[in-house]
Design a protein. Structure first.
Length: 104
């Protein structure tokens, strides 16, 4: 143990202590820089995601409105066709009855 004491003088121990403190200081600064960079990147990603989600929502609303409008038009056309066929059938039926009534 005496040999170690002779090699490690108080001055060398103080120097080692100083270098260890400097190393931890560099690590702390690096961790702070990494945390700042991570926060900045996450904030940017959040902003991009919000913008993309808003764009997707707007696109979906427009597409659903177009589908509803198209479907409404198709239903209206089908409704007109049903009314026209029904009216034609009634007129045809009345015509057959009138023809039969006249021939009798």
């Amino acid at each position: 143990m005496e040999a170690v004491r002779e090699i490690w003088t108080d001055e060398r121990m103080d120097d080692l202590n100083h270098r260890v403190d400097e190393g931890f200081g560099r690590m702390e600064r690096e961790f702070q820089a990494i945390r700042l960079e991570t926060r900045t990147e996450f904030a940017a990603v959040r902003g991009e995601m919000k913008a993309e989600f808003a764009a997707v929502r707007a696109e979906m609303k427009a597409d659903f409105a177009a589908v509803r409008s198209d479907l409404g038009g198709q239903i209206a056309a089908l409704n007109r066709t049903i009314v026209q066929v029904g009216a034609g059938a009634i007129v045809g039926f009345v015509g057959v009855i009138a023809t039969l009534a006249i021939q009798s």
